[in-house]
Write a protein that binds this ligand. Structure first.
Ligand code: NAD
Length: 520
């Protein structure tokens, strides 16, 4: 299957050779046979769009056609939502918490048994290296089903004794019920992981879901339908509809009156549109949105760790991580040394195909996103940046030049009001700026409308904690990055989100807390 990334039917169409060898013809035929059709997964079955509307899914490695995706219209979405509603009352609704936990553990195990299929599907959709997806996307995507079902199953509800005038008193007992049908709208940067991060707790709490994965990355969400069936998850509990946002599946799903709650990960502007949709009918929302995250490097840091950590936080997954660092502030005495070392790290990144085990840097997710990131590269120069390294589109050779490749890039010298320093780019790039005092860097770090994550590098615990407490973000890492304990709260402050998920915090969103008052 990896070979399918190596040869592009659409390339063949565009540059038709004078004749085809038997080998080339066989390759094309093999490829066409393998071309996928991504259907919706509704009520336990794969179904096509009722109106037959489809769109293309292309591999960002070389832009070859991976398959055809069905696009849901209002009727398709309606069918999925009604199946999910019905499933709330069926065998799923009658299951005990233990039975649900067992089933979700089975789902996690089955993803791991089919690990290579998930890995390949994810890497073809996103172009990311196997070496990264093998350690992050797939295992963590599976783990989400185990971690949440176990956490939630062991969480107590509240109980209060109340004195009453007759002296007999009353007892209040908290009782949690599923919220109902949850719409899950997910992005393309970590498709399986970020989707199961929501589907895991939603199902653990007894809800049913309709998932709308990103139009860029339909594969692993579609594959999960098979796993649900294999594990015996009742029909209608997990549903998938494909399509775009506005005027398509995303809008039809978030405005559907039978949706009880909406959980979303994506851009802040999309989040705003979804909050408006959710206002009708006062549906609950959980919003995990964009960021422009600061990294603060103090002169007393362990330089090796700070460089290694910033290399990951700025460049892993081609910079397409919501928690990634796009603004780096370095204390002046070590500024030059830090910039030099980070540049050396970038120079060593190895761009390559997903299956190239030596590669640790893939393309961006699509040509459209590459255009966006590249426009910021040009803007940085216009705004007066010094391009320390990168800044362009690499020559990957004929086989890959149609892909969405971009150079990892470091800038210095931009003013604090530059758009490149203020707007989320979501690419493999960062701006590094010197600072002189703790007070100054706290103000700089917080000078943004976003508030997702901050990273602090210092060997002084007192200082790190003092600064961490002043960050206007939902998450702070000290001397680490993306070190995730699934029991902890996750979410953004300011325009980076609304609400917290993770551990027991998801309970507030995924369940309805009822108080039962018993007069004694
Ligand atoms: P996006 O907002 O473009 O799309 C996300 C999802 O929303 C997609 O499935 C899309 O089809 C859907 N959508 C778009 N418009 C819609 C509408 N009007 N109604 C309903 N659905 C709609 O985001 P993206 O480009 O896929 O992902 C990148 C963004 O996600 C970045 O901003 C990044 O910071 C953010 N992100 C945040 C987190 C977090 O945890 N805070 C995690 C990952 C990514």
């Amino acid at each position: 299957m990896k070979g399918s990334c190596r040869f592009s039917p659409n390339k063949f169409d565009g540059r038709k050779p004078a004749y085809l060898s038997v080998y080339q013809t066989l390759n094309i035929l093999k490829k066409e046979i393998r071309m996928k059709e991504y259907k919706h997964f509704i009520n336990g079955d794969y179904v096509g769009s009722q109106k037959g509307k489809t769109f293309e899914n292309r591999c960002p490695v070389d832009n070859h056609l991976l398959g055809i995706v069905h696009e849901a219209d209002e009727q398709d979405v309606d069918l999925a939502v009604k199946s999910a509603k019905k499933a709330l009352k069926g065998p799923w609704g009658n299951m005990t918490q233990n039975q649900r936990t067992e089933l979700l553990n089975k789902v996690a195990d089955r993803i791991n048994e089919r690990f290579d299929e998930f890995l390949e599907a994810e890497c073809l959709d996103t172009g990311k290296p196997h070496s990264i997806a093998r350690h992050i996307d797939i295992p963590r995507g599976a783990a989400n089903f185990k971690a949440f079902s176990e956490t939630l199953a062991n969480h107590p509800t509240e109980s209060f004794r109340l004195d009453t005038p007759d002296g007999n008193g009353a007892v209040n007992v908290g009782h949690r019920t599923p919220k109902g049908v949850i719409a899950v709208i997910s992005p393309w940067n970590l498709p399986l992981l970020l989707m199961t991060w929501k589907v895991g707790p939603a199902l653990a709490c007894g809800n049913t879901v309709v998932v709308k994965p990103s139009e860029e990355t339909p594969a692993t969400t579609t594959l999960l339908g098979e796993v649900m069936n294999e594990c015996g998850v009742p029909a209608g509990v997990f549903n998938v509809v494909h399509g775009f946002g506005s005027g398509s599946a995303g809008q039809f799903l978030t405005t559907h009156p039978l949706i009880d709650a909406i959980t979303f990960t994506g851009e802040t502007s999309t989040g705003e549109a979804i909050v408006k949709a959710a206002a009708v009918g006062l549906r609950s929302i959980s919003m995990e949105c964009g960021g422009k995250n600061p990294g603060i490097v103090f002169a007393d840091c362990d330089m090796d760790k700070a460089v290694e950590g910033t290399m990951r936080s700025a460049f892993v997954n081609c910079g397409q991580v919501c928690l990634g660092t796009e603004r780096v502030y370095v204390e002046r005495p070590i500024f030059d040394e830090f910039v030099k070392r980070l540049k050396e790290g970038v120079a060593k990144l190895k761009l390559g195909r997903p299956e190239d085990e030596g590669a640790n840097f893939g393309p961006l997710v699509s040509l459209e996103h590459r255009n966006k990131v590249h426009s910021y590269y040009k803007l940085a120069v216009e705004e007066g940046a010094t391009v320390e390294i990168g800044g362009g589109i690499p020559d990957m050779g004929e086989a890959l030049n149609d892909g969405a490749w971009i150079e990892p890039t470091i800038w210095t010298g931009l003013p604090d009001n530059a758009r490149v320093v203020r707007e989320e780019i979501f690419g493999p790039c960062c701006h590094i700026r010197p600072f002189d005092t703790e007070e100054e860097v706290i103000a700089l770090a917080n000078d943004t409308e976003y508030g997702l994550a901050a990273t602090i590098w210092s060997e002084s615990s007192a200082r790190s904690i003092r600064v961490a407490e002043q960050m206007e973000t939902g998450l702070v890492w000290i001397n680490s990055w993306f070190l995730r304990d699934l029991r902890t709260a996750f979410g953004g402050a300011k325009q980076s989100g609304i609400g917290r998920e993770g551990g027991v915090h998801g309970l507030e969103f995924y369940t309805e807390l009822k108080n039962i008052c018993i007069k004694l």
